[in-house]
Design a protein around this ligand. Structure first.
Ligand SMILES: [Fe+2]
Length: 230
């Protein structure tokens, strides 16, 4: 049963990625793609780092802390370069839209007394991030990154934001970031949460697998965390 699920999961994923890669890169050679990506990545990194006021610098640092688990999950899903590189970059930049959110709102520990207007404003960071990464109205190397960033708060059952996408409609990089980002939020102190132990956080991920998180990705992610030394 699990094997049937796995092979269907992988063949659907492969078809989605193949289609996307063809649309994005057309007939470019692998070397041309890599060099395009490298130049764009460098330019974008410099621009974003300059734009981030010091008080919000943790927006990028937070991205750093999930990159290695995101790459691991992508490798296990057999996602190849250059898409894997783009997904890794999406993980690094996923919360960059927070630079457009009022820092008082961002750092507030009054999470339970936030108004729905304030929640609505916070939720906009996903779309802001996509616009920062790819402000152009045409397809280019960063369209893919912008797409992953825009949907990193979608839930597998369709209850997430900004678009309420479900299942395979959610870009695979966003699905990976969703799990890794949630684990990171559970296990690191934030103004609004208590820090969970590793096993408690894993239990939380598993209990929300198939609800908030992609089942396969949640499983691979938990294996990765359990293999870590501490
Ligand atoms: Fe986010």
């Amino acid at each position: 049963m699990a094997q049937a699920f796995d092979s269907r999961y992988y063949s659907e994923l492969e078809a989605i990625l193949f289609d996307r890669e063809k649309k994005l890169f057309g007939n470019l050679s692998r070397n041309e793609i890599q060099s395009n990506l490298y130049q764009n990545e460098l330019a974008r990194k410099i621009a974003v780092e300059k734009a981030i006021p010091k008080k919000n610098h943790n927006v990028l640092l937070h991205g750093d802390s999930i990159v290695s688990s995101v790459r691991y999950v992508g490798e296990q899903l057999k996602i190849e370069e250059p898409l894997l590189k783009l997904i890794e970059y999406s993980a690094l930049m996923h919360d960059v839209g927070k630079i457009k959110i009022d820092s008082a709102l961002l750092e507030s520990d009054k999470v339970f007394s936030r108004t729905s207007k304030e929640f609505g404003e916070l939720m906009k960071h996903a779309e802001y991030g996509a616009m920062i990464i790819n402000p152009y109205p045409f397809e280019n190397c960063f369209s893919y990154v912008a797409e992953q960033v825009k949907h990193h708060h979608e839930n597998i059952n369709g209850t997430g934001y900004p678009s309420g996408l479900r299942g395979n409609e959610i870009p695979v990089g966003s699905r990976i970031i969703r799990v890794s980002d949630s684990y990171n939020a559970m296990t690191h102190p934030r103004p609004y949460n208590h820090v969970m132990e590793k096993l408690q956080a894993i239990e939380e991920i598993i209990s929300n697998s198939g609800v908030l998180f992609d089942e396969k990705i949640a499983q691979i992610f938990c294996e990765y965390i359990l293999r870590e030394k501490n």
